[in-house]
Write a new protein. Structure first.
Length: 295
């Protein structure tokens, strides 16, 4: 079994490079050899390796910068995955790809289902939605996992930014009216590995069906609630002095950003849980495990 992994140094890619190891030979590539801004160059890479599975964790993820660089974001998030899908079809490989809560506008009351109509409100979301669509219409075997609010014990993310700021400042003001489910890269990778095992068994039996699933932790919070929990758990778990005393809750309107964010990012994961017989943990449990790892 050959697994070709793109984006191995990203949050999710780094964890995938570990979680996928028991499933076969993992050929993990980064930017220097697989540049998604040159999508045509990916054809030769796929055809020279001829993997059984392609896992795409590479993406243009700079949400605010994408407002100015939509064309580059589109190349990386739509055109390149489209090329991977075409090449996967030629060699009958399974393509695993990730998408985002930002394909929704956030106006729904309650969690989004896979059947809810997408309506992205920023450039990044538009390019990720088109990435889903190009894979879905390619005819290749695929699994697309939409996830949200990703963090990890390494790379750049909200958790590590808050930990840094909490050591430097006594007061922080954090948005409290955007709701979502913080999801650790490790959980995404481990769940992907479980789903992949089942998908491969189904492919062998000729009963596999390509589909798109929501994959996040369960329950939800705001960025403010997430921050409070990060600080609480860190104070109990890590032997580090935090300067922070006050975490103020502010509305989105007090923290303007170039890209609009959905106010409601909750994704219902029932379809994933039922199809793959998995149970997505509460976001607080996944956060504790990640902070314990930092310790
Ligand atoms: N981060 C989130 O909150 C979030 C939320 C929902 C969904 N997602 C989705 O989850 C997936 C994984 O995200 P992540 O958080 O792991 O992202 P990440 O940490 O930003 O990693 C993305 C990876 O893509 C690589 N990359 C960027 N431009 C590239 C290019 N032109 N050619 C090749 N590689 C390139 C990056 O390399 P460098 O590090 O060298 O730039 C990095 O290794 C993505 O599909 C993302 O859209 C993420």
């Amino acid at each position: 079994m050959k697994i070709l992994l793109f984006g191995k140094n990203g949050q999710v890619g780094w964890e995938l490079n570990r979680s996928l190891q028991p499933q076969g030979e993992v050929i993990a590539l980064e930017y220097d050899v697989a540049d998604f801004s040159k999508p045509e160059s990916l054809r030769e890479i796929v055809q020279s390796i001829k993997p059984d599975v392609i896992v795409n964790a590479a993406a243009y993820t700079a949400v605010d910068k994408a407002e100015e660089e939509e064309s580059l974001a589109l190349t990386i998030n739509t055109v390149a995955p489209g090329v991977l899908a075409e090449e996967a079809l030629k060699i009958k490989a399974l393509l695993i790809h990730y998408s985002t809560d930002y394909i929704f506008d956030g106006t729904k009351k309650g969690p989004y289902d896979e059947t809810d109509a997408p309506n992205p409100i920023n450039a990044y979301g538009r390019t990720k939605l088109e990435g889903e669509q190009v894979i879905q219409s390619s005819g290749c075997d695929y699994l697309i996992f939409r996830t949200s609010w990703v963090y990890a014990s390494r790379a750049h993310n909200f958790l590590l930014t808050i930990l840094k700021l909490a050591k430097e400042r006594e007061e922080l003001s954090i948005v409290a009216d955007q709701i979502g489910s913080p999801t650790s890269a490790r959980l995404i990778a481990e769940t992907t590995a479980l789903c992949l095992q089942q998908a491969l068994r189904e492919k062998q039996k000729g009963v596999f069906s390509s589909d798109l699933y929501h994959l996040t932790t369960s329950a939800n919070t705001s960025w403010h609630g997430f921050t409070k929990e990060i600080v609480d758990v860190t104070s109990k778990t890590l032997d580090q002095h935090l300067k922070i005393k006050d975490i103020k809750a502010i509305p989105t309107t007090d923290y303007p950003t170039p890209a609009s964010r959905p106010m409601n990012s909750q994704l219902r994961c029932t379809k994933l849980e039922n199809t793959f017989d998995v149970k997505m943990p509460d976001w607080k449990i996944a956060l504790e495990l990640c902070i314990e790892e930092l310790a």
